[in-house]
Design a protein around this ligand. Structure first.
Ligand SMILES: Nc1nc2c(ncn2[C@@H]2O[C@H](COP(=O)(O)OP(=O)(O)OP(=O)(O)O)[C@@H](O)[C@H]2O)c(=O)[nH]1
Ligand SMILES: [Mg+2]
Ligand SMILES: [Zn+2]
Length: 367
């Protein structure tokens, strides 16, 4: 009994820290350090030293910006500056879920090393970042793809892109269809996902439907909640653990879209050994780590049929003796699956034609 209350206290400390305020302080420190770096030669000399690659990770990243990170170390949340000698190579330097090595120096904590990532959830980096891979989360066991049964309406496009990202990143995907209280009949595609072997959990934060199953699926794991804005990701966290008070907001009536209430990803520790990252809703997801020619391999139904196509590199669009288009004509392949494949592949091919995206630096796969 006593032990439980101690643990609870620790968790509370993690949750109640006012990180908005601490974030302000972090930037103030940064600005001061930048000014020094511009004027003092000795600082430049220090920066040229490379960091040791021989370290043992001792903390877990909860959330971060370019300059600072909140980490969980020995049950406490600590604000750390990111050592400026840590440089991004091809992928995002830090993501929630990363294991890091932190050190205290002159009353401040510094992130001095980032451990290798076992799994990841990624999208292609934006051109202006010069990164190939933008990592949303690292070392996660499970990706909870949250969609709403209604408000906003259920769509398969983003779900299919997340299913690819999960497979690429070595993460187990679960499709969570929330707001089931708003519909009499569930979206018909859910049965198709189940027939393909994906776990689908139907939930409602209003009636409590499916929450026990979701809790069981998350227990003892590090997971991430992803999906469009307004589908109820943050609300799910609040109902999974009544001690949490994550900010949520109504979906706008006019656009039927969420309002991007959550603005930064953050890892939470919940009752029942659940560690979970809440993320801001996104409009769409570019596919990372897969070429257009490989997309069909990530659709289990198309991949299986494709083994019987005449051409090994069949695109399943115009080729003769294509087992996929034959199955489609015979009604053995669900039309929406084929359409989804064509849309994703088509957007990736367009992207290859114009590597710099549109005038806003967005790629076609972002739509
Ligand atoms: N009817 C119903 N409404 C829900 C349910 N879950 C969430 N909502 C409502 O949906 C709205 C959006 O919920 P949020 O949790 O803010 O959505 P989000 O996915 O976190 O959105 P972003 O942070 O913008 O990505 C809120 O008004 C919630 O009360 C549900 O199961 N049923
Ligand atoms: Mg949210
Ligand atoms: Zn084919």
């Amino acid at each position: 009994m006593k032990k439980k209350s101690v643990q609870k206290k620790k968790r509370k400390q993690v949750r109640t820290r006012n990180w908005e305020e601490a974030h302000e302080t972090a930037f103030t420190h940064d600005r001061a350090r930048h000014r020094r770096a511009q004027t003092a030669i000795s600082d430049v000399a220090v920066e040229s030293n490379s960091l040791s690659e021989d370290f043992v990770c001792n903390a877990l990243v909860i959330s971060h910006s370019k300059k600072w990170a909140f980490v969980l170390k020995d049950g406490q949340e600590e604000l750390c500056l990111i050592d400026e000698r840590l440089k991004e190579a091809n992928a995002t330097l830090l993501a929630p879920g990363d294991s890091v090595f932190v050190e205290r120096e002159a009353e401040k904590w510094f992130v001095r090393g980032v451990g290798p990532r076992n799994t990841r959830l990624s999208r292609p980096g934006h051109e202006h970042d010069r990164l190939d891979e933008q990592v949303f989360a690292a070392n996660i066991d499970c990706l909870i793809i949250v969609a709403a049964a209604a408000n906003p309406p259920f769509r398969t496009g983003l779900v299919d892109r997340y299913l690819i990202a999960a497979e690429v990143g070595g993460v187990t995907p679960i499709v969570c269809v929330n707001k089931m209280d708003l519909v009499d009949e569930e979206p018909p595609e859910l049965k198709d996902y189940e027939a393909l072997g994906f776990q689908v959990i139907r939930t409602s934060c209003e009636t409590g439907e499916g929450l026990k199953t979701l809790r069981q699926a998350l227990a003892g794991k590090l997971s991430i909640l992803s999906g469009h804005s307004g589908v109820g990701k943050s609300t799910l966290l609040n109902v999974l653990d009544e001690d949490l008070e994550v900010h949520t907001q109504e979906v706008s009536d006019v656009s039927q879209r969420g309002r991007h209430t959550t603005t930064a990803s953050r890892l939470y520790e919940l009752d029942g050994g659940i560690r979970i990252i809440d993320t801001p809703g996104i409009r769409a997801l570019g596919v990372w780590g897969v070429s257009p020619e490989e997309v069909a391999w990530f659709f289990p139904d198309l991949a299986e049929l494709g083994e019987n196509c005449h051409f090994r590199n069949c695109s399943h669009t115009h080729e003769p003796d294509c087992a996929v288009t034959e199955a489609l004509d015979a009604g053995e392949l669900t039309a929406w699956r084929y359409d989804s494949y064509l849309r994703i592949r088509g957007s990736m091919e367009e992207e290859q034609e114009g590597p710099f995206g549109d005038k806003y630096g967005r790629k076609s796969s972002d739509y």
